[in-house]
Design a protein around this ligand. Structure first.
Ligand SMILES: [Cu+2]
Length: 164
């Protein structure tokens, strides 16, 4: 019986030290984990905060030649782009590049007062139309571009899009 108070005290001290240890760990974890958490959030939002590199491509030309101008474009993986597309010709054209579209992250496409988000692999531009495609180049490779209106690719309306 005479040991009972001492063992109770010992047990109590043990519990107290365990509790203090737990509190100390929580404080340390809380203090050190906040910057990590903040950095992760910053990293996650970084793609949309990156500076934009502007690139322009014409679908056809005023002389109604069936070609993209320029027909070759190069992007750097990890960089964000605003690709201006316009159709200065008198007929409708397509910007079709499915494999390229699978290798980028599309933030949005803006055309007129419409904004489209999500996966896009083909854009149709009527005569005189324009659009802006904002994306981050992701997967390096050489990707084919063509206009999918019958006869246009065969007549030379093709191009290549490279991500390096
Ligand atoms: Cu075309």
């Amino acid at each position: 019986m005479q040991y009972a108070p001492r063992s109770f005290l010992k047990n109590w001290r043990l519990r107290l030290s365990a509790l203090l240890f737990t509190i100390a760990v929580l404080i340390m974890f809380g203090a050190s984990s906040e910057p990590v958490w903040a950095a992760r959030i910053a990293g996650a939002t970084a793609p949309t905060q990156q500076p934009l590199t502007e690139v322009r491509v014409h679908l056809g030309n005023p002389a109604n030649e069936l070609k993209f101008e320029p027909s070759q474009l190069t992007f750097e993986a990890g960089k964000r782009y605003k690709l201006f597309l316009d159709n200065p010709s008198a007929q409708k054209h397509y910007f079709t590049a499915k494999d390229f579209a699978d290798s980028i992250w599309t933030q949005k496409v803006e055309a007129g007062s419409v904004e489209v988000k999500g996966a896009i692999d083909e854009l149709e531009l009527k005569a005189g139309a324009g659009a802006e495609w904002i994306f981050v180049a992701m997967k390096p490779g050489d990707y084919a571009l063509h206009c999918s209106i019958p006869g246009h690719a065969e007549a030379g309306m093709t191009g290549s899009l490279t991500i390096r």
